[in-house]
Design a protein around this ligand. Structure first.
Ligand code: AMP
Length: 220
């Protein structure tokens, strides 16, 4: 079974939803840099104050801060048996830093799953999405609403609209994706790690089967 996975994709492509499903089913740590930054923001830590304006504007947080955050998460006990990275790396320097971090531990990434989605769906899906502020569980007002409005089915936390899920911020995040993150597709393809997963609909059993057969077919 593959143990160290990256989910790659544009904002709204389903990285959060599928990373949760994979990490739950495979017992892997779910490391989502967006969730980690949001937790720092909510707790009003010095890091939270530093990243606030970048996040609110839909800009990428500088690599140095992001890499430090991931390095800390990877040393956590929960990540020893493997992890799903969600929203990291988002730049080539982040990908290079990740490879170095893992090499130091004699480890490597097993597979990079690139979630592909039609851009017209992407905007609609992002504007209707919700997230639990406590555990990061994603929801969607259209087809994945929590059973009780405003309350997470998993942990009872508050389910809210993300403040950066506005049309204006989303456009900026898409620009950042195209400029800085999309080059990672070729980067990982050249390293023979990339697989593509078409994620145009809400999660279904058929999609789940398709995804797990890809993951289980991986070396590692
Ligand atoms: P996400 O929840 O993954 O959409 O991330 C929300 C925001 O957190 C992004 O728009 C960035 O401002 C910041 N962020 C998350 N991950 C990264 C990363 N790997 N590099 C830089 N900024 C990030």
């Amino acid at each position: 079974m593959s143990k160290r996975l990256i989910l790659l994709g544009a904002p709204g492509s389903g990285k959060g939803t599928w990373s949760k499903i994979i990490s739950d089913e495979k017992g892997l740590a779910h490391i989502a840099t967006g969730d980690l930054f949001r937790a720092e923001l909510t707790a009003e830590t010095p890091l939270g104050r530093e990243v606030k304006s970048f996040m609110e504007q839909g800009a990428l947080v500088p690599d140095e801060l992001t890499i430090q955050l991931v390095e800390k998460a990877l040393t956590d006990e929960s990540a020893v048996n493997g992890f799903v990275l969600d929203g990291f790396p988002r730049t080539i320097p982040q990908a290079e830093a990740l490879a170095t971090m893992l090499e130091k531990r004699d480890k490597a990434i097993d597979m990079v799953i690139n979630l592909v989605i039609d851009e017209s769906i992407l905007i609609e899906r992002t504007l209707s999405r919700l997230v639990c502020i406590k555990c990061g569980q994603p929801y969607n007002t259209q087809n994945m609403a929590p059973s009780v409005e405003g309350t997470c089915d998993h942990c009872g936390g508050d389910v809210v609209h993300r403040s950066d899920d506005t049309e204006e911020t989303l456009r900026k995040r898409l620009e950042a994706y195209r400029k800085s993150t999309a080059p990672l597709i070729d980067y990982y393809r050249a390293r023979d790690l990339l697989v593509t997963f078409s994620n145009d609909g809400p999660p279904s059993d058929e999609m789940r089967r398709r995804l797990f057969s890809i993951i289980d077919g991986a070396k590692g």
